[in-house]
Design a protein around this ligand. Structure first.
Ligand SMILES: [Zn+2]
Length: 158
């Protein structure tokens, strides 16, 4: 597993339904930086994808384009399903590259989060995401996988 060093800001999280308090990290340069995206799992695991070096986004994007009538939401839909083309995390969860932050304790999305005052910024080593399964399957299977995820996520009708 390749590790990359990313400048990150510490966020304190508070779970609205249970009061769980925990900590997670976000990109110090704002959400979803240029050329490099962070993925996260409900458990709070974080990964990175290098959109320039890694062909995955283009591969998924071209399939999403081929399955959709409208151009307007193609990139957002690609972002939403990208994590399902990646290998699961060490805790066996799928990463999302959307802006979703979950409670690291219970996985609830009903969470508020924010930096300390002043913000705690630190360099952290996080894994670069892999997609060995995706690389090993046939083009037809890739299309089926993306199609299924687009349906599940409400981007295209059944
Ligand atoms: Zn919680």
């Amino acid at each position: 597993m390749e590790l990359v060093t990313v400048n990150m800001v510490r966020w304190n999280t508070r779970c609205l339904s249970t009061g769980h308090q925990s900590v997670t990290y976000g990109p110090a340069g704002g959400m979803g930086g240029y050329g490099s995206w962070l993925g996260r799992t409900p458990a709070g695991e974080i990964c990175e994808i290098d959109l320039f070096a890694d062909p995955l986004f283009e591969q998924v994007n071209s399939i999403v384009k081929s399955l959709r009538a409208s151009d307007e939401t193609v990139d957002e839909a690609t972002r939403d399903v990208l994590g399902f083309a990646c290998d699961p995390s060490p805790a066996d969860q799928y990463y999302t590259f959307m802006y979703t932050v979950c409670c690291p304790v219970c996985g609830s999305e009903e969470v508020i989060f924010g930096p300390d005052d002043p913000p705690m910024v630190e360099f952290r080593q996080i894994p670069r995401v892999t997609h060995k399964k995706w690389d090993s399957i046939e083009p037809k299977q890739r299309i089926e996988l993306v199609k299924r995820m687009l349906i599940d996520r409400g981007w295209i009708p059944e």
